[in-house]
Ligand binder design. Structure first.
Ligand code: HEC
Length: 179
């Protein structure tokens, strides 16, 4: 009869997981088991929703990586018209720490860059990734490069970005004059 009573107490406890009732061993054990289960479920759920399980092996992220590597559907954006004067000033300000027009520094010389093969200036040692890329410098590729070089060629070596779209357009207009 006592055992029966304890079981009932445990049943009541089911609706009272966080409650104060502690009617004997069975109730206690059941409650502990339920709490452990609740915590485990919360963990699994939270993990799934914050992407703990979304590792590169996951088909979704795998597709993203492949798509980026092959770039079959990249949408090229033509930059707006740029101001050559402003571009020249921006170039002096932002680029000349690493670049010059007619000589290689940390980065390659820029004369003739528009239309040139990406990573294609003889006499400058590019990153393997840039040298191997099969792209050409156009207003569109330069626009992506200046916004985020890594987005254009992953593994490249230029650690510099120009956030402002109009400033990129001005720089591109200026680079186009360096023939
Ligand atoms: C901190 C140094 C640094 C700064 C600042 C910098 N660059 Fe570069 N840039 C590099 C390096 C290094 C490379 C070569 C990257 C490689 O080989 O992967 C490069 C490559 C380039 C290339 C590719 C040229 C080619 O021959 O393929 C262009 C275009 C370029 N930079 C434009 C710019 C412009 C425009 C600015 C200023 C807004 C700028 N960079 C600022 C370091 C820099």
């Amino acid at each position: 009869m006592d055992a029966e009573k304890n079981t009932n107490a445990g049943d009541i406890g089911r609706f009272n997981v966080w409650g104060v009732q502690a009617d004997g061993d069975v109730s206690q054990r059941n409650r502990r088991a339920r709490i452990v289960k609740a915590i485990t479920l919360t963990f699994l759920f939270t993990g799934a929703s914050i992407g703990v399980y979304a590792q590169p092996g996951n088909p979704a992220s795998g597709t993203a990586l492949t798509a980026k590597a092959a770039q079959p559907t990249r949408q090229w954006v033509t930059p707006p018209a740029g101001d050559v004067q402003k571009g020249a000033a921006l170039y002096q300000d932002r680029c000349t720490a690493c670049h010059a027009i007619d000589s290689n520094k940390t980065g390659p010389a820029h004369r003739g860059v528009m239309g040139r093969r990406v990573g294609g200036l003889a006499g400058y040692t590019y990153s393997v990734e840039l040298a191997r890329s099969r792209l050409r410098w156009t207003p569109q590729t330069l626009n992506v490069w200046l916004e985020d070089p890594e987005e254009l060629v992953a593994g490249q070596r230029m650690g510099f970005q120009v956030e402002d779209p109009q400033q990129r357009a001005d720089l591109i207009a200026y680079l186009a004059t360096l023939k």
